[in-house]
Design a protein around this ligand. Structure first.
Ligand code: NAD
Length: 247
């Protein structure tokens, strides 16, 4: 399905990003895994390559526009083009409204939202000459309905990602670059470690499927948006959330 396609997945050292990189590679894509944690990312790269896929470790801090420009340039230099970008890297520090600082506000915004603009632009500029591109942005149910458990700023950035998905989808449509988003509910990754077990249990009780997702279940929602077969969907958001929010 993705044979000869070149992909970047950010935040690919663990969690949803690692699962997505593995799934895209399994379907034939050559995948650049990009994370600030290069050491852990290398273990995922090694696993993908050992399974017969083709992956490379290209570390980058997505909050730095110069680094994301370089990431795209490195991928094009290595594999000749770029077809797919999954903007997945993100952080969700649990900070009560009363304790939020300007430094944390800026950090959350830069990693979760500013990154999506600058990396999508860099990627789309590389995709334009080929008249083909697929960009998938990882938002959150928090971006749909506002966040719970001390995630006010996080949720605002994820709503920003949804708005940007639509604007950029319109902007890049003339070059056949399709841009969509997924909005996951609670996923069993490091991100949820900071949520107290009683709060998590109460949340899970509200999920119709009565459990958290595994990272691969989110990757399975991302995959269709990356394929050349998906040709008439852009600016859309897929809720991958066990039914907890139905828009
Ligand atoms: N886990 C959930 O319940 C959940 C729910 C909704 C949305 N999401 C979103 O899914 C995405 C992945 O989250 P996850 O749960 O897999 O989290 P995770 O913490 O397991 O993985 C996130 C990865 O992003 C990397 N990262 C952080 N800052 C970075 C930076 N500046 N540059 C590059 N990489 C950076 C981390 O090193 C880490 O490997 C995030 O955007 C998150 O907001 C997660």
């Amino acid at each position: 399905m993705l044979k000869d396609r070149i992909a970047i997945v950010t935040g690919a050292a663990r969690g949803i990003g690692a699962a997505t990189a593995a799934l895209l590679a399994q379907h034939g894509a050559k995948v650049a895994l990009s994370d600030i944690d290069a050491q852990v990312a290398q273990t995922v790269v090694d696993e993908i390559n050992a399974a017969g896929g083709e992956a490379a470790n290209l570390p980058c801090d997505v909050s730095k526009p110069a680094q994301v420009d370089q990431l795209v340039a490195d991928v094009v230099a290595r594999w000749g083009k770029l077809d797919i970008l999954v903007n997945n890297a993100g952080i969700c520090p649990r900070i009560p409204v009363e304790d939020m600082t300007e430094e944390w506000f800026d950090r959350i915004t830069n990693i979760n939202m500013k990154s999506v603009f600058f990396l999508s632009r860099a990627a789309a500029e590389a995709m334009k000459p080929h008249g083909f591109g697929r960009i998938v942005n990882v938002s959150s149910t928090g971006g749909r309905v506002g966040g719970v458990h001390n995630a006010t700023v996080y949720s605002a950035t994820k709503a920003g990602v949804l708005s940007m998905t639509k604007s950029l989808a319109r902007h890049y449509a003339p070059w056949n670059i399709l841009i969509n988003a997924v909005a996951p509910g609670a996923v069993d990754t490091r991100m949820f470690e900071a949520v107290p077990p009683d709060k998590l249990a109460a949340y899970v009780e509200t999920v119709p499927l009565k459990r958290m997702a595994a990272p691969m279940e989110i990757a399975q929602g991302i995959l269709p948006f990356c394929t050349p077969e998906m040709t008439w969907v852009t600016g859309a958001t897929l809720d991958v959330n066990g039914g907890v929010v139905m828009m």
